[in-house]
Design a protein around this ligand. Structure first.
Ligand code: FAD
Length: 532
């Protein structure tokens, strides 16, 4: 059995492997399954067990907030086999070429790789997630449709495609491979507490691991991959102070800095569709979430054209939404959706649910009406509830820190998050709403009500999206980034990082597809590097 508990490892023992992967989430497990059956032995160290445990998560994943709060009530990350992919919604989006460019109007922008380098890996990642739309994540592969005619290849706007993973349970899909494996060993309940470098500081020597029963052991490997997520990757580097108080890979004080998410404008505008024609409805049809298509449920999002971004100094911003009928906006329907979301989660859920059940019961006549209409195919959307999913610019002062005075039960320092959202994000949102209002009016949809435009004095309460990024950014030079274009930590010969923490900029795209593309690319690199 290649998936077992850390309790099987004798105390104070030292395990050896060719590759040691820290974190058994979407990235770590995908890498392990990719390396399975090859010439190299692999050990995966996953802090959590088979299921999430509330008390442990509340202690070890506690976050102190100094800047913008996290308004999104969803849990931020999961600590168990499969990691945060036990919580995610499986929404896939590919980055756009402009996201990789060095954009003079976006400070610290520019990836050290091009979009084209990642294209085959993105496609492979979508296939591994069994997305039926794997070959259709590029809008130019779609046949004409009124939504495309309205927004794509216009002076101001373009469209981006969102799809869903056919099998979002990465733990579930990789488990059979990992259980059968003779080259990969996954250890659950194995919390890495420190990365320890050789005396000369040029490579990692070993990692220290804690078991829940207090036992400790170490792992040594030829190559190490940090795949612990966008908050835990910097936390572990900052916690590893054996060879310097700044932590590992932090000679230039970059670890934890440039923290980004996708600020989200939840219901920031509404397009009223009461009384619109069928032809007008089609013009926004594909902006609705999970619109049925021949390649499964998809959604298109309106972005700024690359030219408009360049000409007006805008960030890459997308708007999409929910097409809802009057019944679907009722409290009962919202509560039913929230309950369904929890049931769909394959893992423990910690939120209270009684209020939702009461709301469903109270609203049951409207829900029954909606069900009957769905059965007879007579549900006609009456509004498009608009959601902004925004890029924010990299900001050195937006950062993850650690507090050594507040250790968790394993001795890891407490995480602090000082999240900053710059003016450019708000400006891009305003311009996007102006652009949308104009474009919709051009096709006769004049009922675009925007809180951003109509109530400019109201504070804009932007949500976080649980996409912690940028905290170990990728750059060619060690003075500009923590890892190089291969994901290797500058100055350390055998330590790699994979995950959204390596993104230098975040575009508007949901991160996991790109994380998995980078993971598969890293697997390819490691196979070659370890052969030498
Ligand atoms: C509610 C929610 C919804 C989301 N929806 C989407 C979506 O629709 N689309 C999308 O693209 N993304 C979405 N995301 C983000 C997505 O879940 C993450 O991008 C993805 O799971 C990151 O994978 P990862 O392997 O890098 O990190 P994780 O999945 O977080 O895995 C990291 C693993 O490392 C382990 N670990 C941490 N510290 C240590 C340590 N010290 N020692 C050993 N192990 C450790 C953790 O227990 C965890 O299992 C969502 C996230 C959340 C929370």
């Amino acid at each position: 059995m290649a998936v077992g508990g850390a309790a099987d490892v004798p105390r104070a023992d030292t395990l050896t492997a060719d590759v040691c992967i820290i974190g058994g989430g979407a990235a770590g497990l995908t890498l392990a399954a990719d390396l399975d059956g090859g010439a190299h032995s692999v050990v995966v160290l996953e802090a959590g067990g088979a299921h999430r445990e509330r008390a442990v998560e509340e202690d070890t994943f506690a976050v102190e907030h100094f800047g913008e709060p996290w308004r999104n009530p969803e849990p931020a990350r999961g600590r168990s086999f499969g990691g945060s992919a036990n919580l995610w919604f499986g929404r896939l989006a590919a980055p756009q070429p402009i996201d990789f460019d060095s954009r003079p109007w976006v400070p610290a922008s520019g990836w050290p790789i091009e979009r084209a380098t990642l294209t085959p890996w993105l496609r492979e990642a979508a296939h591994r997630l069994r997305s039926p739309a794997a070959e259709h994540l590029d809008i130019d592969r779609w046949p004409s449709h009124p939504t495309i005619e309205t927004f794509h290849r216009r002076d101001d706007t373009d469209l981006a495609v969102f799809a869903w993973a056919g099998e979002p349970d990465v733990g579930g899909t990789t488990r059979p491979t990992l259980e059968r494996s003779t080259t990969v060993r996954v250890l659950l309940d194995a919390t890495v507490t420190a990365l320890v470098a050789h005396q000369d500081g040029r490579a990692l020597d070993h990692v220290e691991v804690a078991r829940p029963d207090g036992g400790r052991f170490t792992v040594t490997a030829r190559a190490y991959v940090l795949a612990a997520g966008g908050l835990e990757n910097p936390r572990l580097l900052l916690a590893s102070t054996a060879t310097g108080e700044r932590g590992l890979g932090n000679d230039h004080d970059l670890v934890g800095r440039y923290y980004m998410d996708h600020p989200r404008g939840e219901g920031s505008a509404v397009v009223d569709l009461h009384g619109c024609s069928d032809e007008q409805l089609e013009r926004v049809r594909f902006l609705g979430e999970r619109t049925p298509s021949p390649v499964g449920p998809v959604q298109f999002g309106v972005t700024f054209s690359a030219r408009k971004q360049r000409d007006e100094g805008l960030l890459n911003h997308v708007v999409h939404g929910h097409l809802a009928s009057d019944e679907q906006t009722s409290a009962g329907h919202q509560a039913a959706r929230s309950l369904l979301k929890r049931v769909r989660r394959r893992d423990g859920d910690f939120g209270p649910w009684t209020d939702d059940v009461v709301a469903v019961v109270r609203d049951s006549p409207a829900l029954a009406r909606l069900a009957a209409r769905k059965l007879t195919g007579r549900v006609r959307p009456t509004q498009l509830i608009v959601i902004d999913q925004m890029e924010q610019e990299p900001d050195r002062d937006s950062r993850v820190t650690v507090d050594h005075r507040k250790p968790d039960r394993f001795g890891l320092p407490r995480v602090g998050v000082d999240w900053h959202i710059g003016e450019s994000t708000y400006r891009s949102q305003t311009v996007m709403h102006e652009t949308l209002r104009r474009t919709l009016a051009g096709v006769g949809l004049t009922s675009f009500r925007s809180r951003v435009l109509d109530c400019p004095d109201e504070p804009r309460e932007l949500w976080d999206m649980k996409h912690p990024s940028g905290t170990t950014r990728m750059a060619t030079s060690p003075t500009a980034g923590v890892v190089d274009a291969d994901g290797r930590v500058h100055g350390l010969a055998n330590l790699y990082i994979v995950g959204s923490s390596t993104f230098p900029t975040v575009g508007h795209f949901n991160p996991t597809l790109t994380i998995l593309a980078l993971t598969l690319r890293l697997g390819d690199h490691l196979r070659r590097a370890l052969r030498r």
